[in-house]
Write a protein that binds this ligand. Sequence first.
Ligand SMILES: *[C@@H]1O[C@H](CO)[C@@H](O)[C@H](O)[C@H]1NC(C)=O
Ligand SMILES: *[C@@H]1O[C@H](CO)[C@@H](O)[C@H](O)[C@H]1NC(C)=O
Length: 381
Amino acid sequence: MAKLSACAAVSSLLLLLLLLSAAAPPKIEAVAAAASSSYCSIFSFGDSYADTGNNPIVFRRHSIAVNPVMRPPYGATFFHRPTGRQSDGRLVIDFIAESLGLPLVPPFLARNDDRGFRHGGDNFAVGGATAIDASFFHRDDPPGGSIFPLNTSLGVQMQWFESLKPSLCGGNTYKGCKAFFGKSLFFVGSFGANDYLLYMGNRTVPQVRPIVPDVVATISIAIERLITHGATTLVVPGIIPFGCAPPVLVSFANRDPAGHDPTTGCLKGMNDLVTHHNTLLREAVHGIRAKHDDDDVKLVYADFFGPVMEMLTSPAKFGFEDVFEQCCGGPGKFNYNPKVFCGDPGAVTCKDPSKRVFWDGVHLTEAAYRHIAAAWLSSII
Ligand SMILES: *[C@@H]1O[C@H](CO)[C@@H](O)[C@H](O)[C@H]1NC(C)=O
Ligand SMILES: *[C@@H]1O[C@H](CO)[C@@H](O)[C@H](O)[C@H]1NC(C)=O
């Protein structure tokens, strides 16, 4: 009972703030629902599938001048401006926050205050982030090689979270944090797509497969650490079938000795790699859940693969068309062009993003994320 009233008190304050602030996009109906939601805030770790605005800040800190994500038409469908989200609108985490009556989860790196309490939680996810530390991927680099991945791995995101912890739960006590984090929803992922695609470099799919257990172990360690900090509800997303994504279909076809799936046209070896990751991750989640059987921990594996595959194989059911054509980018095969990114001059944008699954290549449209959020929500509430 104390749990519900604590959230209700915060949300009425928030409602007031929203009414006072004409600039904020008011989601009054969503806020009104907060009193009935059992979560007070959301904490999120991940890559571009979950990043609500950290990536542009990381780029600025590394003096990387050009970031196509910060140009139109990113954000055009919902925010009407680029926000750092790699989509035309909302991501899965945005839809889930709305459905729970919570504010959209703000990017951690945009905090400019004294790190005092802020309702709504924090999003530590960064576009381009890997699970495994960045240094692993730089081992084979020649001098002056790529600066990617940047220093934003899951371990770094955990450090950011831990730096914030004392201010979130009034000191660093397990009891105080348990009370606060126990009312919070944690997302750990997705992670892995960047690990595999970056490590691929000049390797083949079978040569990448051996790092899958390391990626999954890194995610498992983070989950355990969050539980130790007092997290009780954690959602762990798998990876999308990136063997179907336009840039992968075009650029990695010759790295995949298994070739194309005869029915879908997706790269078989690539999707087997993803399935291997998802299977190990699901097993790891079940293992951790069993270990914490008595601790009132709710740990959910969220399927990112199945819903995307369903949209690609039964597009009409969802109102989608030309599902292998990315909406923004190109011109080129599948509207993908390795030299022209979405947001670049010369990029082509589809007329109706709500009819497409892929937005700018590996990332999805708001329409696709909406369906995935609906699929996940049933297991969260
Ligand atoms: C990466 O970021 C973490 C956390 O901010 C920091 O402690 C670490 O020194 C950084 N590593 C490098 C190589 O910059
Ligand atoms: C990877 O392949 C590219 C072009 O195919 C080549 O230029 C580069 O030297 C290769 N790198 C390594 C480390 O083999």
